[in-house]
Design a protein around this ligand. Structure first.
Ligand code: GDP
Ligand code: MG
Length: 440
């Protein structure tokens, strides 16, 4: 895949002390090949390479980086930029309901994605969505949405047979207002190909219900076709964002890399599987790291350098080495992490942690952080230093003292152990990376 190709290219460079213009040119030739093989749009590749060369050649190398690291950092930055820089969110209406219209070709994953999005909105944002079955051409489509709605325990609005999609959408809005549903997710019909009839229907709905977000669903596995489809939909209808589905089956990543550059519209979510919890917010920086296949080590180091003072980091490293990393340190780390971003974000930057699936098991949210703090504060000094002594009765006492449940204490202790393992691993990787990248 693209990741392997790029890694090979960088590995070749790693052996050398200083980068010449010829080195950069050679590396960029290989990067170009790798991108084209990954089915990235030709024009996008051309501009991308030009930009990197311009930044890489004849520029002052950042103080703490070797020339090769410098190039990797530039490629990483530019990949992130190419996919949209910072992550995008759904615009929430100041007065509910927020109306989201899901559009796209048949089979792209609209219906599934409507349900996945509802699931995300319920679980992460405590929203009260209403699903709207506006795909009237296949009777099975309405049933499909109803089944999904039932699984999620989210209501589905379906109209009398013969009702036009635009009227279904309007009726659904009234229903949402009457039943205080704050998000209306409209599942529209697709076609195998873009045609006038489809576009007219979508334009009618857009004009009448004025959605806050039109989200275009495209199938990542179709590569360049996905990008072409996105371009047409954006030109004809106008879309606010793209949802890239079936990324779990997309080995090449061409669509993910080109959609934003070609359409100017951001990828907001990605579908990572058929299940209803397999929709994730799209993070261009993580995707870039995943493509580079090395974990975003450099940006982690960079971020860490600015947020954590060096002395503290060194002290921490020493503790890690001596395996003296305690729950007090853990708490301190968590507070630092808050400064840096979410715990999940930090983990995703660690090498080998790019695997998004794994991350879901270790997710932390802000509320939980407050719990964590309370729990650690309810421990004695000795317990914080040697968590191994925290037996059943101590756990009970700690839960009581912190106003949490024993299972919360258990989970924290487990997370602590995980974090300790992970940090150790990171430390080792960092040492490896330093060696590999020519640090002495
Ligand atoms: P629609 O015609 O656009 O409404 O597409 P559907 O929602 O009916 O989805 C078409 C097929 O794609 C279904 O079999 C889905 O399970 C599958 N699908 C949708 N999203 C994903 C995804 O992110 N990953 C995988 N592997 N399959 C998906
Ligand atoms: Mg459908």
């Amino acid at each position: 895949g693209l990741a392997d190709k790029l890694q090979q290219t960088f590995k070749k460079l790693r052996g050398r002390g200083k980068l010449t213009e010829a080195d950069v040119n050679e590396a960029m030739r290989e990067v170009r090949m790798a991108l084209l093989e990954a089915d990235v749009n030709f024009k996008v590749v051309k501009e991308f390479i030009a930009k990197i060369k311009e930044r890489a050649i004849g520029q002052e190398v950042m103080g703490s980086l070797t020339p090769v690291q410098h190039v990797i950092k530039i490629v990483n930055d530019e990949l992130t930029e190419l996919m949209g820089g910072t992550q995008s969110r759904i615009a929430i209406a100041s007065r509910p309901p927020t109306i989201v219209m899901m559009v796209g070709l048949q089979g792209a994953g609209k219906t599934t994605t409507v349900a996945k999005l509802a699931n995300l909105l319920v679980k992460k944002q405590s929203k009260r969505p209403l699903l709207v079955a506006a795909d009237i051409y296949r009777p099975a489509a309405i049933k499909q949405l109803q089944v999904l709605g039932e699984q999620l325990d989210v209501p589905v609005y379906a109209a009398e047979p013969g009702t036009k999609p635009v009227d279904i959408a309007k009726q659904a809005l009234e229903y949402a207002l009457a039943h205080t549903r704050d998000m209306v997710l409209i599942d529209t019909a697709g076609r195998l190909h873009i045609n006038e009839e489809l576009m007219q229907e979508l334009k009618d709905i857009k004009r009448e219900v004025k959605p806050h977000e039109i989200l275009l669903v495209v199938d990542a596995m179709t590569g360049q076709d996905a990008v072409t489809v996105a371009e047409s939909f954006n030109n004809e209808l106008g879309v606010d964002g793209v949802i890239l589905t079936k990324l779990d089956g997309d080995a090449r990543g061409g669509a993910a890399l080109s959609v934003r550059a070609v359409t100017g519209r951001p990828i907001k979510f990605v579908g990572m599987g058929e299940k209803l919890d397999a929709l994730e917010t799209f993070h261009p920086d993580r995707m870039a790291s995943r493509i580079l296949g090395m974990g975003d080590v450099l940006s982690l180091i960079e971020k860490a350098q600015s947020a954590i003072d060096l002395e503290q980091a060194q002290a921490m490293e020493k503790k890690l080495r001596k395996e003296e990393f305690t729950l007090d340190d853990f708490l301190e780390q968590l507070q630092q992490v808050r400064k840096l971003g979410s715990f999940e974000q930090i983990l995703s930057m660690l090498p080998g942690m790019g695997n998004l699936k794994k991350l879901q098991d270790i997710e932390f949210d802000e509320k939980e952080l407050v719990h964590v703090e309370a729990i650690i504060r309810s421990m004695t000094k000795k317990e914080r230093r040697s968590p191994d002594i925290i037996n059943g009765s101590r756990r009970k006492r700690i839960a009581l003292g912190s106003g949490t449940r024993v299972q919360d204490v258990n989970r924290l202790l487990k997370q602590f152990t995980e974090a300790r393992k992970m940090m150790k691993r990171f430390q080792e990787m960092q040492k490896g990376a330093k060696k590999g990248l020519g640090f002495k």
